[in-house]
Ligand binder design. Sequence first.
Ligand code: ADP
Length: 179
Amino acid sequence: MERADPQVAVYTGTFDPVHLGHLDIIERGSRIFRRLIVGVGINPEKTPFFSIEERIEMLQIVCQRFPNVEVRSFHGLAVCFVRSVGAGVMLRGLRTVSDMEYEFSMSLTNQTLDPEIETVFLMAKVEYSHLSSSLIRQIAAFGGDLSRFLPAELIPVMQKRVRQHLQLPNPGIFPNRPD
Ligand code: ADP
């Protein structure tokens, strides 16, 4: 069995898409731990907005400025993934009191499954404490301003995907042609 290194942490999630709240946890986690692995969960029962490859690529784009952060996908139990990469810590972000109940039972379950793996929580920054990927998908669908929620380099990607979903013509392809 891999050693559970307490200086190596794993931050798991769906990241559909990664937003500024996630990125803040990644940045702070990268300062606390020697190595941080962002684990993107593959759940065959869910139909995500972005494919696993797209979610990984978006994370790689926004994480490239952190040399000790890497991005990987995983199937199955997060705690097994943590152990398989030799990490000793599961890093989680806490937004509101309502997150607490779910996170509390998750961390107790993970502790039962693997007592050597610790869960470490970081409180979300106040400006991101109501932010979720589903909220961002809704704002994008209604053409709202994403600049305070999404990393700048992902805004065009998000807008493009929304247009694909709504099957709207892409005004960026033939900007000079009258429709
Ligand atoms: P999951 O499907 O596991 O909820 P998410 O991608 O929504 O996946 O979240 C992954 C992790 O990021 C979780 O620990 C979650 O609590 C945390 N998180 C989500 N949104 C925020 C936010 N706005 N600020 C800080 N942490 C967050």
